[in-house]
Design a protein around this ligand. Structure first.
Ligand SMILES: Cc1ncc(COP(=O)(O)O)c(C=O)c1O
Length: 391
């Protein structure tokens, strides 16, 4: 083994608790995992059928780095109709999931020492990606009393003027389930224009919104086309996480730079996945709505059950498939609470601190798990908390 082979950059990256949890949950069948960040549903039958056909048709070669023309055309139609974003092929890059789009976008916009505003709590890839590029993550604290939404005041306090290029937003949000209102997005848009920031808008959960909430793309707001890179993924919408496919839409010069870089990171997104993605967009959308309705049913049950547990409270999330309960009533750190729950009730949840410092005092519960399993997990958590109280 060569000594000093691992870079300092890699060594400084925090080890993810989610990885450990998923491993434990996979190995121990007696544990109910409320940890997963992926749909429990398999990819819909029409997509699986289409993939088999595409394989027979030998879509096994490389594709152009920016993505296949026929897929781009389908994406342009979808963005126009569903997101009200007008684009041309030059504005689109197809990526290996939106995780790769985040990396490519930041590699193309951040020089060492430059700042990136990002949500805290927020999706766990944002901060490490900024750090591996020697950028400065500027965590905008999100508070439960603001419904975990960005406020201009908090962004003003966090930004390093002249040294900040990018603002990352995520609606519907992981881990809080927040869906940004039009008014809030307009405030963010004004802030971005005033400070000349590129907004990376991660919309991976766009199709999973509930009650009266509507998903709005900040890129569709007046005058924002030049300021926004919109990221979409097939992982959640079509339950296709293993296909590793997503896309980004934004200013032509940025997309050109990302496409140039793409040639050196992965050449192109997997060709078979590109064809599957196109078939998914063109085919019946019934499965998407069916999944949304089931997530909604689970969401209402899980939040009701959580709020019945003494010492725990949870605001009703309006999107994604996560609840983010407040467990401050126990006086335990999120990590200790999660470990205690795992040991005591054999239920795996993710400590809020996985998503940033502001996640302290919270846990993330994913309801991308069957209704019955969630109910059983809730019974177990309730029992454990009762026992704790009677000690
Ligand atoms: C907010 C958010 N963005 C992006 C991703 C990554 O998605 P993909 O599978 O497209 O890389 C996830 C996955 O959990 C996510 O929660």
């Amino acid at each position: 083994m060569i000594r000093h082979i691992i870079s300092e950059r890699e060594e400084e990256l925090p080890a993810s608790m989610i990885g450990k949890l998923l491993k434990i949950a996979e190995e121990r069948k007696d544990i109910i995992s409320l940890g997963p960040g992926e749909p429990d549903f398999d990819s819909p039958g029409n997509i699986i059928k289409a993939v088999k056909k595409r394989l027979e048709q030998k879509y096994t070669h490389y594709s152009p780095p920016g993505g296949r023309t026929e897929l781009k055309e389908t994406i342009i139609k979808k963005l126009g109709k569903e997101n009200r974003i007008k684009t041309m092929p030059e504005n689109i890059i197809v990526t290996t999931g939106s995780t790769e789009a985040i990396l490519l976008a930041l590699m193309c916009t951040i020089d060492p020492g430059e700042g990136v505003l990002l949500p805290d709590p927020g999706f766990l890839a944002y901060k490490p990606t900024v750090e591996i590029l020697n950028g400065i993550p500027l965590s905008v604290p999100l508070y439960e009393e603001d419904g975990f939404e960005f406020t201009t005041e908090r962004m003003e306090k966090t930004i390093i003027p002249e040294k900040t290029n990018v603002l990352i937003i995520n609606t519907p949000s992981n881990p809080t389930g927040t869906v940004f209102s039009r008014k809030r997005l307009e405030e963010i848009a004004d802030f971005a224009r005033e400070h000349e920031l590129l907004v990376i808008s991660d919309e991976a959960y766009e199709k999973f919104v509930y009650d009266d909430a509507r998903h709005i793309s900040i890129g569709s707001l007046n005058g924002m086309a030049e300021y926004v890179l919109t990221l979409h993924s097939f992982s959640k919408t079509y339950a296709m996480p293993g296909f590793r496919i997503g896309y980004a839409a934004g200013p032509e010069n940025l997309v050109r730079a990302m496409t140039k870089l793409h040639t050196f990171t992965s050449i192109c997104a997997p060709t078979l996945s590109q064809m599957a993605a196109m078939d998914a967009l063109k085919g019946s959308q019934a499965a998407v709505e069916k999944m949304r309705r089931e997530y909604d049913r689970r969401r209402r049950m899980v939040v009701k059950r959580i709020n019945e547990i003494p010492g725990v409270s949870c605001i009703m999330p309006k999107g994604a498939f996560y609840a983010f309960p407040n467990i401050k009533g126990f006086g335990m750190k999120s990590l200790n609470f999660s470990e205690w729950l795992l040991r005591r009730s054999k239920v795996a949840v993710v400590p809020g601190t996985e998503f940033g410092r502001m996640g302290e005092g919270y846990i993330r519960i994913s309801y991308a798990t069957s209704y019955e399993k969630i109910e059983s997990a809730m019974n177990k958590i309730e029992r454990a908390v009762k026992d704790l109280e009677s000690v």
